[in-house]
Design a protein around this ligand. Structure first.
Ligand SMILES: C[S@@+](CC[C@H](N)C(=O)[O-])C[C@H]1O[C@@H](n2cnc3c(N)ncnc32)[C@H](O)[C@@H]1O
Length: 458
């Protein structure tokens, strides 16, 4: 293999051996201190690569020829895997994927004194995705509607007719929308010009009931009449569509949904089952994309708490529809939940009533503000605080408040190893220790990995 002494010496083409995966799913190879991030590469591959970008300490590359394939390569089960950006790792054997994901977590947690357990695999590795969000556009000349995931590192839509990681009937619903939209003269969105009618198709699909909630995201109220006809047609044509709504998002933004969703036909939610309780999931409410893997996480946390605490007082922060709080209500003296999204809190309130739960207290507020208010008013001392923030993690202020409010353990649930590592380091500096981290594979064939960190307040 070639040797590289300086950045200027990096050739445009070279031979490398792929060592492991990066946190974004690229194959990592090293030569003389330079790191190469290689697309669609599997640890163990020996391959010729073409360098696509040179930076100070690293370069990006693509494989031009595999000289010796890794023994962990396999045939992707989706014919679109090479073009579609949704499943980066489908050409890697699943057992090896989860071993690699553990390495990704170990790398992210470097410098943190803790044990990282083996990844708990997803119970399903196909048809697991239950939240589908396809951007929509149209072809230039024939104005055919395109809907699917983006190509890797681009906003070019791959028109996906069959996606094996989601239930097959979702493909049928989406194909119906493609054809009917054209028939009703509804155009696809043009992101550059911020023009066109239909921006996104969102489907929330229940693993528990097989029912589906379909949301059509439109660019302007002007098309409301036509899109209402389409919404009713979807509802009438599919028995397993239990509701169809229209969401208005007139802004030039990467956010998928606008603020308001109007349900045109049927119900405003689907039902899902976790820890033997029935939950309601709405158009705008957070719910884990892989319900059976999520159930593993909720049961795991419940078992950990029931084995270590008796009748604890629990704070469930960044609660969504209070999935943790409601699952834990059986083993808690009381659960106090805080969530900023009103639609989620409204649904949580319904779920609590329907499940006959009496010991869950809901707060619709920013978590940091709630922590501060709680300290200044009731100042309850929680045995356990569950933190399950979005990918950006928690603010230092929120972590400080959470520490003051918690007597014994923080259970930090995270979908982003790097912000989890940052927040754990902050808590360790404040005197905490991290008992262990349990990773769960919620997103087979992608580089994403969910972690549960058990934190001792010393
Ligand atoms: C990763 S989700 C977790 C939801 C829930 N624990 C579950 O597993 O279903 C994060 C949640 O935090 C909420 N959120 C984001 N920022 C927040 C904030 N500053 N205060 C309160 N909730 C927030 C989001 O609306 C979302 O429901």
């Amino acid at each position: 293999m070639q040797q590289i002494a300086h950045k200027k010496d990096i050739p445009s083409e070279l031979t490398v051996k792929i060592e492991k995966l990066s946190n974004l799913g690229y194959g990592i190879a090293r030569l003389d201190g330079y790191v190469f991030f290689v697309e669609n590469a599997c640890p163990g591959d020996i391959a010729e690569i073409r360098v696509t970008k040179k930076n100070k300490n690293y370069a990006n590359g693509v494989i031009t020829k595999i000289l010796e394939p890794s023994p962990y390569r396999c045939e992707p089960f989706c014919p679109m895997q090479k073009v579609c950006g949704a499943c980066q790792l489908q050409f890697i054997d699943y057992d090896f994927q989860i071993k690699q994901k553990k390495e990704i977590v170990i790398d992210a947690m470097r410098g943190i004194n803790t044990k990282i357990k083996d990844v708990i695999p997803s119970p399903k590795i196909k048809e697991y995705r239950r939240k589908i969000q396809y951007p929509v556009s149209e072809t230039k000349d024939s104005k055919r509607i395109l809907a699917g995931y983006y190509k890797t590192n681009s906003h070019e839509i791959v028109n996906i007719k069959y996606c094996p990681i989601q239930p097959h009937y979702v493909d049928e619903i989406i194909d119906f929308i493609r054809n009917a939209a054209k028939e009703y003269n509804i155009s696809g969105y043009n992101e550059k010009k911020h023009s066109g009618d239909l921006r996104h198709i969102v489907v929330r699909s229940s693993e528990y009931s097989d029912k589906n909630l379909v949301i059509l995201v439109i660019n302007s109220v002007k098309v409301l009449g036509k899109v209402k006809i389409l919404a009713n047609a979807i509802y009438e044509n599919f028995e397993n569509v239990s509701g169809v709504g229209i969401n208005l998002n007139p802004l030039k933004t990467n956010l998928i949904m606008g603020e308001k969703t109007e349900i045109i036909a049927g119900e405003s939610y689907i039902e899902e089952k976790l820890c033997d309780k029935i939950f309601k999931v709405g158009a705008e409410t957070f719910f884990q994309v892989n319900p059976s893997s999520a159930d593993n996480i909720f049961e795991y946390v419940k078992k950990y708490i029931s084995e270590n605490f008796e009748n604890p007082l629990i704070l469930d922060a960044y609660a969504g529809i209070t999935a943790f709080g409601i699952c834990l209500s059986d083993i808690a003296k009381k659960v106090v939940s805080v969530e900023e999204n009103k639609a989620s809190v409204d649904l949580a309130s319904k779920i609590i009533k329907e499940n006959g739960i009496k010991n869950v207290e809901l707060h619709n507020m920013d978590a940091g503000k709630f922590f501060e208010k709680e300290l200044n008013t009731k100042g309850r001392n929680f045995d356990i605080t569950i933190l399950d923030p979005p990918r950006k993690g928690c603010s230092q202020e929120s972590l400080d408040y959470a520490l003051k409010l918690t007597k014994n353990k923080i259970i930090y649930v995270s979908c982003n190893p790097s912000t989890l590592a940052r927040d754990l380091k902050y808590l360790i500096n404040k005197g905490c220790s991290v008992n262990y981290i349990q990773p769960f594979d919620m997103f087979p064939h992608t580089y994403h990995i969910e972690n549960v960190a058990i934190i001792n307040i010393n």
